[in-house]
Design a protein around this ligand. Structure first.
Ligand SMILES: N[C@@H](CCC(=O)N[C@@H](CS)C(=O)NCC(=O)O)C(=O)O
Length: 211
């Protein structure tokens, strides 16, 4: 599809999920950086795209989609190959439950605006915020490790929606100095996934704005 523009921030893990999905499906897109450091997500231009003041937002020829999981779901319908969501209802429910461990139960409580609120309302310092951040990753990753495959990806031979969410969350975990050795299966899935060219080029370092 022509005229596809992804508004995201290079370190946004929700944006990173969408970059991975777009790349896996071979969808061409332009990327526009919305700097969370500069607060651009709350500026009028971005609020017109997403009233929540969050990235990512995907403009598909004038229609703007928000919420990374909804964008992945739309992409899977618009570009079915390769599949990110299993067709079988039970397998789909399982994959959604695994993805939601990250999307619903880890990521939102570690989000920038939550960390900022912890500081503003409760006086949390950098160490307390990092501890909070790591705590929720540990809780979610402990649960996900028990369900992780010994080989390949959560999607089997090819990555699925869970893998699209896991890779960015592992990136975040490393940024906050968590040792992934505690979750050997998740770490191995992440290693295999990040070796795929489509996923490698979605890495924050690969899309970071040039100084
Ligand atoms: N549930 C949303 C979450 C989006 C989200 O929280 N994005 C973060 C970056 S990963 C953001 O824009 N944070 C800005 C802020 O907290 O002010 C999704 O999956 O798209």
């Amino acid at each position: 599809m022509s005229g596809t523009t992804l508004y995201d921030y290079f370190r946004s893990s929700a944006g990173y999920r969408v970059r991975i999905a777009l790349n896996l499906k071979g969808v061409a897109y332009e990327r526009v950086e919305v700097s969370l450091l500069k607060g651009e997500q709350r500026g009028p231009e971005h609020l017109a795209r997403n009233r929540q003041g969050l990235v990512p937002a995907l403009d598909i020829g004038g229609t703007v989609l928000t919420q990374s999981l909804a964008i992945l779901d739309w992409l899977d319908h618009a570009y079915p190959d390769p599949r990110l969501f299993p067709a079988d209802p039970l397998a789909r429910a399982r994959a959604m439950a695994q993805a939601l461990v990250i999307v619903a139960d880890i990521h939102p409580i570690d989000n920038l605006r939550v960390l900022q609120r912890l500081e503003a309302q409760f006086g949390a310092d950098a160490a307390a915020k990092a501890d909070w951040y790591r705590h929720w990753i540990e809780a979610g990753f402990d649960a996900l490790e028990a369900q992780a495959p010994a080989d390949g990806f959560f999607g089997g031979d090819t990555p699925n929606v869970v893998d699209c969410c896991l890779v960015p969350q592992c990136y975040n975990a490393r940024r906050f100095e968590l040792d992934l050795a505690r979750w050997p299966r998740l770490a191995a899935v992440d290693t295999r996934a990040t070796r795929l060219p489509a996923i490698a080029v979605a890495h924050p370092d690969a899309v970071a704005p040039q100084p």
